[in-house]
Design a protein around this ligand. Sequence first.
Ligand SMILES: Nc1ncnc2c1ncn2[C@@H]1O[C@H](COP(=O)(O)OP(=O)(O)OP(=O)(O)O)[C@@H](O)[C@H]1O
Ligand SMILES: [Mg+2]
Length: 250
Amino acid sequence: MPVKISARNIYKNYGAVEALRGVSVDVHEGEIHAICGDNGAGKSTLIKILAGVEQPDRGEIMIDGEPKRFDSPSASLRAGLATIHQDLAVAPEMSIYQNIFMGAELTRSVLGLRLLDKARMRREAVGYMSQLNGAITNMNSKVNALSGGQRQAVAICRALRWNANVVILDEPTAALGVRETEQVLGLIRSLKANGKTVILISHAMKDIAAVADRISILRIGENQITLTGGDLTADALSHYILSGEASRVH
Ligand SMILES: Nc1ncnc2c1ncn2[C@@H]1O[C@H](COP(=O)(O)OP(=O)(O)OP(=O)(O)O)[C@@H](O)[C@H]1O
Ligand SMILES: [Mg+2]
């Protein structure tokens, strides 16, 4: 598969803190690529750079082989990358469809007035949701009536709504129970089945091993190793993160 996103030799300092010291990651089109590493490894910093929230001091981001610079979150979104941050930023008092279309509401014109096209938003929301979770059919439900896993589905639908072909999820299962975690892993697999490229940040080794095609481990702002194939197990992952080893003889 061609390389969809290439982060090349990325450096980022916060004052005296060297958060990224020459990190490079290639994400292939259509894969689920996990980014792991201990606290402070630089995972969120890398994601914020891809999401246009932070800018790198040095290094290059290539999308489909073209150099890009994301000066804002909307620039990243326009390039087809949608990031779902850990806090989700869903509005619990609002309905599912209102959350999906937040900031990009559909309207229709009636006698020269622009009115919200609620029927069309509900209809399209059902379409997005059915790609992920066929059990959620009432788009008028308030988000605060949903489980954590279902809320994650609403946030992902918002990404689909932006026509993103890359979905970046920061710790999507961190606050979830066993059943909800399974649900979210299912959502991630559905994204892949629908042709999306997925970047997943997580501390949950078992979850990562269950869905990832490749895993890049960062260590104190640098690349440690990228795991594929037979090394995609929770045991191998913990081994590398705990030992800091860059390779292991089998
Ligand atoms: N806004 C900031 N100002 C100063 N230092 C920061 C800032 N954001 C991150 N850092 C520092 O940069 C380093 C990398 O942080 P980052 O949040 O990218 O790590 P992480 O891998 O996401 O860690 P965690 O697993 O704890 O979320 C850490 O030493 C952190 O303290
Ligand atoms: Mg983080």
